[in-house]
Design a protein around this ligand. Structure first.
Ligand code: PEP
Ligand code: MN
Length: 336
């Protein structure tokens, strides 16, 4: 069950409600987010919802049978909107485009990408400074120094930043320089990281694990929410299968299914999803039609020279066409 408490509830009332919840045999978890104050009751016993609902201090109460609670659409029907400021809003009714290189490489590269994004009215730039690489000898990112430069150039140009955080200790150093924290597929179930991002208060884009189920992804998002942060979006980025004609299998089934299960925005990453530059466009358009709230993809001025993931990175010309087509597809979807 989820109990939403009245704003600024006095401690005595809160204590009474907690006691009542425990009294009916439920474990009471108190959750305080940037938006509201809740009690998440966990238990199987049957109870009369009215007994709790009428208590002073209770604003709202719902039964939620899903394993995840606060991110469930059974509780919150209205879709979550994530406001990054300056008119950049992610979620229902908006189609968010996030584009940029796999890795931040140098100042010139950032300038060129920013210029490309501005010319196409794209407001969010992606780019990793801490890179999870399969080989320890591969380029592992420019680190904080790269992030500061990335932030400086983007803020001067009104562009928001999404970048990956790999471990808890990086959050504090990164928090002032990012608009959205990305949790990569390899960290999708790093519960300590998820707990800490719940406290960090900046929006989080949570990727699905390499072999992660949707249930696991949703439970991972619940970690962030239950630690205090409601600003979460989920990202389908392809899952591993036996097929080796492409890097991953972009599971577009996940889009409508996730959107039915949760109120959180759902974003698709076609670059990692298929791993082949030439096929990023059709998969992006398919993602739009499947109902995605946005797309995050890799672009670079010279993909063949990119420090990482060049094989799945589109050049600016391809990117421009992709942006135009995605917007057309979105307008068509909205007209249905
Ligand atoms: C990335 O976005 O560059 C990345 C490493 O993604 P993923 O975690 O999905 O592999
Ligand atoms: Mn990449």
């Amino acid at each position: 069950m989820i109990i939403q408490l009245q704003q600024g509830i006095p401690t005595e009332l809160l204590e009474e409600i907690l006691q009542e919840v425990k009294g009916i045999g439920f474990k009471a978890n108190e959750v305080k987010t940037q938006e509201a104050h809740y009690i998440v009751g966990i238990g199987k016993k049957d109870f009369d919802i009215r007994t709790l609902g009428q208590l002073p201090g209770v604003a709202d109460i719902h039964r939620v049978s899903d394993e995840y609670k606060l991110i469930s659409r059974k509780w919150r029907v209205n879709p979550t909107l994530i406001d990054l400021g300056d008119g950049v809003v992610i979620g229902e009714g908006n189609f968010s485009i996030m584009a940029g290189p796999c890795s931040i490489e140098n100042e010139r590269q950032i300038e060129l990408v920013v210029e490309h994004l501005k010319a196409n009215n794209v407001k969010i730039m992606r780019g990793g400074v801490f890179k999870p690489r399969s080989s320890p000898y591969a380029f592992r990112g420019m680190g904080l120094e790269g992030l500061r430069m990335f932030h400086q150039l983007c803020s001067e140009n009104g562009i928001k930043i999404i970048t990956e955080v790999m471990q808890v200790s990086q959050i504090e150093d990164m928090v002032d320089y990012v608009d959205v924290f990305q949790v990569g597929a390899r960290n999708s179930q790093n519960f300590n990281l998820l707990d800490s991002l719940g406290e960090a208060q900046k929006p989080v884009l949570l990727k699905r694990g390499i072999s992660g189920t949707l249930e696991e992804l949703l439970q991972a998002a619940e970690y962030i929410f239950s630690n205090g942060n409601e600003k979460i979006m989920l990202c389908e980025r392809g899952i591993r299968s036996y097929e080796n004609a492409y890097r991953n299998v972009l599971d577009l089934n996940a889009v409508p299914v996730l959107k039915a299960k949760t109120h959180l925005p759902v974003i698709v990453d076609p670059s990692h999803g298929i791993g082949l530059r030439d096929h990023v466009e059709p998969m992006s358009l398919a993602a739009v039609m499947a109902g995605a709230d946005g797309v995050i993809y890799e672009t670079h001025q010279k993909p063949e020279e990119a420090f990482s993931d060049g094989q799945q990175t589109v050049n600016f010309q391809e990117s421009e066409r992709l942006i135009k087509r995605m917007r057309q597809a979105f307008a068509l979807r909205e007209s249905f």
